[in-house]
Design a protein around this ligand. Structure first.
Ligand code: IPM
Ligand code: MN
Length: 358
């Protein structure tokens, strides 16, 4: 049976970068004679524009019946003032929750050819290899109670930062397991100096380490210090574990270390259909202009082969094709620095160059 992929191109630059990723994914599968089938479906603003909910039923069904979801960015500025529950991004949160995708892996590995595209100095960035493990189904994004209300002082809004022990345990284990395959070090970011939920987070992560992962070196860092350390001394990190919102913020910092948010892929794993998506957003300002960087989306397809299809050889081949293309000088606008040898290209030409390198 062919490996079945649900493709959700999403909003803004989503369709452009997805076209590139699907072409690369199909070519890589063919090269390795690995059977895949893929089907696209509507979600987020592109669905709402057709009078459908952000996550239409047929889309959810397709995802449920697939072996993996390759997902573009969701979000549209036309909903900037809408409450969270009515926004196109909601579709992504529903997928994460429904498929129980509690572990979000966001690898931060600067590509050699792009070291000088990083805003940090070469000496700080060389050798950086971080895996951000972000909790993805709990915390402020999902816990109840939440909403808008009113009292004697007027209108207010609120969210809840709550974590059960079991939620912390399972994502901590995911981080320790990942560390075992890498440098065997985990740094857990929290805010135990101010929040009870984060005190429980710290205690629980430490207990899992002490009872089940004594081969792993665990450190704890307050998240504000961690954000600072990420730009000051990024090489100190191996696996970086954080709750949902902290992980969201820290992974954007991590992404920028690599030169552009347009380079960073992610894998969301749990009990249901795993989901693979770029860390960046829908970039409405450049959408439809053939200016987007397809690399994060293409690298997300690579993570899909590695983690969902259990074919790290195919994943590695795609990653190598991306590195090779960048080494040849191809650059989309976000990673171009105007140096000699650079070939400034659009989204389509970048995808084609990666396809050729494959
Ligand atoms: C991400 C995004 C999402 C998040 C948004 C679109 C809801 O920023 O995947 O990092 O906050 O998780
Ligand atoms: Mn984010």
């Amino acid at each position: 049976m062919a490996f079945k992929i649900a493709v959700l191109p999403g909003d803004g630059i989503g369709p452009e970068i997805t076209a590139g990723a699907v072409a690369v994914m199909a070519a890589a599968a063919k090269k390795f004679k690995f059977g895949i089938s893929h089907e696209s479906a509507l979600a987020a603003a592109s669905a709402v524009d057709k009078g459908l909910p952000p996550l239409p039923d047929p889309t959810f069904k397709l995802c449920k019946e697939s072996n993996a979801i390759l997902c573009g960015p969701f979000g549209d500025p036309r909903w900037d003032n809408a409450p969270p529950k009515d926004r196109p991004e909601r579709a992504k949160l529903i997928l994460r929750k429904e498929f129980d995708l509690f572990a979000n892996l966001r690898p931060v590995q600067p590509i050699k050819a792009l070291i000088d595209a990083s805003p940090l100095k070469r000496e700080l960035i060389e050798g950086v290899d971080i895996l951000v493990v972000r909790e993805l189904t709990g915390g402020l994004y999902f816990a109840e109670p939440r909403g808008y209300a009113e009292d004697a002082k007027g209108k207010y809004a609120f969210n809840t930062l709550r974590y059960h022990v079991w939620e912390i345990e399972r994502v901590a284990k995911a981080a320790f397991e990942a560390a075992r395959l890498r440098g065997k070090r985990v740094c857990s970011a929290d805010k135990a100096n101010a929040l009870e939920s984060m005190q429980l987070w710290r205690e629980t992560v430490q207990r899992i380490r002490d009872t089940q992962y004594t081969d792993i070196t665990l450190t704890h860092m307050y998240v504000d210090n961690c954000a600072m350390q990420l730009v000051a001394k990024p090489r100190q990190f191996d696996v970086l574990l954080a709750e949902n919102l902290f992980g969201d913020v820290l992974s954007d910092i991590g992404a920028e270390l690599t030169g552009s948010l347009g380079m960073l892929p992610s894998a969301s794993l749990g009990t249901g259909t795993p989901l693979f998506e770029p860390v960046h957003g829908s970039a409405p300002d450049i959408s439809g202009k053939d200016k987007a960087n397809p690399c994060a989306m293409i690298l997300s397809a690579a993570l899909m082969f590695t983690h969902a299809a259990k074919r790290p050889d195919i994943g590695k081949c795609i990653e190598d094709a991306v590195s090779k293309t960048l080494a040849q000088g191809y650059r989309t606008g976000d990673i171009a620095r105007g140096s000699t040898g650079e070939k400034l290209v659009g989204c389509r030409a970048m995808s084609d160059a990666i396809l050729a390198a494959l």
